[in-house]
Design a protein around this ligand. Structure first.
Ligand SMILES: [Zn+2]
Ligand SMILES: [Zn+2]
Length: 355
């Protein structure tokens, strides 16, 4: 009798508790995307602020495990277990199911169920089509944990095909110039290439060395990216009229001297902010994001049917306010260590390029 009363009074925080190390599931004995080393970690995707090395055991999709291995080496975790989308695993007192998040290859939302309550930790997500990953799946739940990277009404990403068309127009207009395109090395780079191919661009696309490993992995997993060449080894004259995908930081570095009259582009949701584009020396800002924009975030939150929303990772306040205005319970989660993953990834990956 007392037991059932206890069950009825179970709060979401009894299932998933925000701690300094990340979201902790006490009944299941695991953390989701922990920012510190833990015994058992469930990882939503391979971006470096979510996927860290050194955990005792890691449960994630095969793609996430493979990309962690590519970045951190074979001993990135004590033990690993791969899980497919739609598959459920019981971990002590909780059941977890992974669902596509539409963010990057292998990215997952993690649904945690215990005592009839379902909490979905979405990691990072986007609700728009992306030729390089499985589309976002809406998972009805009681509590939805959402990112808030672009959670201000000013962020409306628009149509990525239109942005790619801008790039192709510039290439056609300036056949003597090179177009280095800044893009984060995991996800964005491969998506930009796939979008160029979708737009009918068939010329070889050049890659900065920092993009090589992850891009080859996407190709191995069956993502068609057409002919790719490394910039390393190409002569300056060969690069006239070409497109090169590189880490955003490379745009402002001596590295660009190898190109004839480089015209710098940058593919990011942040390119909506003109000052940011100017600051990074970008002539051609391309608004292409792997995160949901304001409309995407609010539409997704409403569609989950969740009565309670936990907001993390970015501009929490505006989204918490929006939820409360709609009569939803909402709170920011102040988990230290989720930052601009993309900048962190960049720092990690530019080290690879020495030439
Ligand atoms: Zn991410
Ligand atoms: Zn993130």
């Amino acid at each position: 009798m007392t037991h059932s009363v206890y069950l009825m009074e179970m709060r979401p925080e009894d299932i998933l508790l925000p701690t300094p190390a990340g979201l902790c599931c006490k009944p299941g004995g695991f953390h989701i995307d922990p920012t510190r080393v833990v015994e058992r970690a469930l990882i939503t995707h391979a971006h470096s602020d979510h996927a860290r090395a050194g955990h005792g055991a890691v449960l994630a999709t095969q793609e996430t495990l493979d990309m962690m291995r590519l970045r951190y080496g074979d001993n990135f975790a004590g033990a690993t277990q791969a899980i497919r989308y739609g598959e459920s695993v019981t971990m002590d007192g909780a059941t977890v199911t992974f669902h596509p998040a539409g963010h990057v290859l292998g990215s997952a939302q993690i649904a945690v169920e215990a005592n009839g309550l379902r909490i979905v930790a979405s990691g990072d997500y986007k609700d728009v089509a992306d030729p390089t990953c499985v589309p976002f799946e809406l998972v009805p739940c009681d509590v939805f944990i959402t990112e808030a990277t672009f959670a201000l009404p000013v962020f409306r990403h628009g149509d990525p095909d239109g942005e790619i068309a801008k790039l192709l127009r510039s290439v056609a207009l300036f056949p003597e110039r090179a177009h280095p395109v800044g893009a984060y090395s995991l996800g964005k780079a491969q998506r930009v290439i796939a979008l160029l191919r979708k737009a009918g661009y068939t010329a070889p696309i050049y890659l900065h060395g920092a993009m090589e490993k992850i891009t080859n992995y996407y190709v191995e997993r069956g993502i068609a990216l057409g002919e790719l060449r490394l910039v390393r080894g190409a002569g300056k004259a060969d690069l006239a009229g070409t497109i090169t995908i590189c880490p955003p930081s490379a745009l402002t570095d001596l590295w660009t001297r190898r190109f004839p009259e480089p015209l710098a582009a940058f593919a990011s949701g942040w390119m909506r902010v003109r000052a940011r584009a100017r600051q990074q020396g970008v002539t051609l800002p391309l608004v292409i994001s792997d995160h949901a924009d304001w409309d995407g975030l609010t539409a997704t939150i409403a569609a989950t049917g969740a009565g309670e929303i936990w907001v993390t990772h970015g501009q929490e306040d505006a989204l918490v306010h929006w939820c409360r205005m709609r009569g939803l319970k909402a709170r920011p989660l102040d988990i230290v260590g989720y930052g601009d993953e993309e900048e962190a990834d960049e720092a990690a990956s530019t080290d690879d390029e020495v030439s």
